[in-house]
Write a protein that binds this ligand. Structure first.
Ligand SMILES: Nc1nc2c(ncn2[C@@H]2O[C@H](COP(=O)(O)OP(=O)(O)O)[C@@H](O)[C@H]2O)c(=O)[nH]1
Ligand SMILES: Nc1ncnc2c1ncn2[C@@H]1O[C@H](COP(=O)(O)OP(=O)(O)O)[C@@H](O)[C@H]1O
Length: 210
């Protein structure tokens, strides 16, 4: 017995907290068959990234067309670049019963919350801010100015935690992965998600006998 529509899962949190790392660990085994929502972005491709897998890399003009065509569930400008979530794949997959997994920053997550309030919103938090700074620095992708900008932003983002359903502290990646999977699987067991199906089964059973 399961609900038929998939769940929309939004993993969000400040830059450098480990969203990409936790998401990659979840998708390495992907035991629950989540579908990853590939975002569009105008930022430069990093070494090792693949177009269409990590992101759809677009020009600013192409991105603005997506906005005009209403092809994005949400979009945000983040540290000088556009990022956005294509809506079509999300709708298709949810209606087929697949759980769809979004990894996006906080402004975007709040916009998704307005449009899809049934989603599950998980905030990934750093153990502390010094650790957050050393993770951003250690990644080696940003210069000092961007790191400062990202830390300023992190302060505001952590304040938005109150608008989420769950918080997972990313101290150990494996622990965080287990917690995220645990949240999603518990959500599937909620009575409110299966009650209509149970009622229908009962109805069908007793109708047969009449
Ligand atoms: N609003 C929004 N944010 C996104 C989307 N895709 C990725 N992001 C977020 O944009 C931020 C910057 O991403 P990126 O440049 O890949 O850097 P990194 O995640 O810090 O390595 C991260 O917080 C991502 O989670 C999207 O479609 N919409
Ligand atoms: N639990 C963790 N413990 C230690 N380092 C981590 C952990 N999670 C992620 N990191 C490291 O922190 C840096 C930022 O992680 P990343 O996944 O790129 O963050 P985000 O996607 O949130 O911007 C990376 O160098 C990554 O290896």
């Amino acid at each position: 017995m399961s609900d038929t529509r998939g769940l929309l899962i939004v993993l969000s949190g400040p830059s450098g907290v480990g969203k990409g790392t936790v998401r990659a660990a979840i998708f390495k085994n992907n035991i629950y068959n989540y579908v990853y929502s590939v975002s569009a972005t105008t930022r430069q491709m990093r070494p090792g990234e693949v177009d269409g897998v990590d992101y759809y890399f677009t020009s600013r003009e192409e991105f603005e067309e997506l906005i005009e065509e209403d092809a994005l569930l949400e979009h945000a400008e983040y540290v000088g670049n556009y990022y956005g979530t294509p809506i079509r794949a999300i709708e298709d997959n949810l209606s087929k019963g697949h759980d769809v997994f979004l990894e996006i920053e906080v402004q975007g997550a709040m916009k998704v919350r307005e449009r899809m309030p049934d989603g599950i919103f998980i905030f990934l938090a750093p153990p502390n801010l010094n650790e957050l700074e050393s993770r951003i620095t250690g990644r080696g992708t940003d210069n000092q100015e961007i790191i400062y900008e990202r830390m300023q932003k992190a302060r505001e983002e952590i304040d938005m935690m109150k608008h989420y359903d769950y918080v997972v502290v990313n101290d150990e990646v494996d622990c965080a992965v287990n917690k995220v999977n645990g949240i999603i699987q518990s959500e599937h067991l909620k009575v409110s998600r299966v009650v209509d199906q149970i009622k229908l089964q009962i109805h069908n059973y007793f109708q047969k006998g009449e």
